[in-house]
Design a protein around this ligand. Structure first.
Ligand code: MG
Length: 270
């Protein structure tokens, strides 16, 4: 079947403007069709200004009222997303590392609004490029069925080109970080997050959107950003109603040495 007749069979029409030729589904807005491609929601620049933080220090002790989610000893506060079994991530030398064999992990506890601190490290010798280089992520409220939630991206953003709304510290495909406060692979980096969960009416409509503030290595990178919905690889964000939810750490599945975490604690605010 020729391109033209195939297109016609699919209900496609040719749209021509002064400089572009586009195929459009008859009766479906072009913008809606665009959302079927992951590239449609990528923003490639300009790059946020690089702001080098001060040198990495020792892991700071949690405040006394914090719930400690990982102190270096065990992953008892975490379970595998895939099977709900005790988390299969590797604990060594006070550090937990992504295990791509057992997949992403989520907290046993659920949360609403909170302050979260965690530290992460892209390994020395990290492989890959773009979104396949040190990719993990912190889902601030995670839904398993169907899979989704709100991701603060973890990625090597030290001289690693990718779409800027998917770099480290982005609210994935929704908000570019204000600056790039990255450290190089092998060094510990911190996220301090203030999360306000979305609220829904009893009939499931959105009452108030989620809001997030993030500091990366002590530098403000997200300032009270209002989320448009869940963070999606493909498509336009939208909300679905949910209650208190676990925090999830992503196993992105890329080959090579994986991202590590340490010193994770949370202070519920409601
Ligand atoms: Mg990620």
């Amino acid at each position: 079947m020729s391109m033209r007749s195939k297109s016609r069979a699919l209900g496609l029409a040719r749209v021509t403007s002064s400089s572009v030729v586009l195929w459009t589904l008859v009766g479906v807005p072009l913008a809606a069709q665009e959302t079927s491609r992951p590239e449609a929601t990528e923003i490639w620049g300009p790059d946020p200004e690089v702001v080098s933080p001060g040198p990495a220090g020792e892991a700071a002790s949690p405040p006394e009222d914090a719930i400690v989610l990982f102190s270096g000893d065990d992953v008892d506060e975490w379970v595998n997303v895939l099977d709900g079994q005790p988390a299969g991530w590797i604990v060594r030398d006070g550090v937990m590392s992504v295990n791509n064999q057992t997949g992403s992990v989520q907290t046993r506890r659920v949360f609403r609004d909170y302050q979260l601190h965690l530290e992460w490290r892209v390994p020395t010798g990290v492989e890959g490029s773009g979104q396949s280089r040190g990719n993990s992520g912190v889902y601030l409220a995670f839904m398993r069925e169907p899979f989704g939630g709100y991701e603060v991206q973890v990625l090597d953003s030290y001289e690693n080109e990718t779409y800027v709304n998917g770099m480290a510290g982005s609210i994935y495909k929704q908000s570019i970080p204000l600056v790039n406060a990255r450290r190089p692979p092998g060094e510990w980096q911190t996220y301090d997050v203030i999360w306000t969960a979305p609220r829904f009416t009893p009939d499931g409509a959105l009452d108030s959107p989620a809001r997030v503030t993030v500091f990366h290595n002590g530098v403000l990178i997200q300032k009270d950003f209002e989320l448009q919905g869940e963070t999606l690889y493909i498509g336009t964000p939208s909300y679905r109603p949910h209650g208190d939810a676990p925090i999830m750490l992503q196993a992105h599945g890329d080959p090579g040495p994986t991202v590590s975490y340490r010193n994770i604690w949370v202070r519920p605010l409601t």
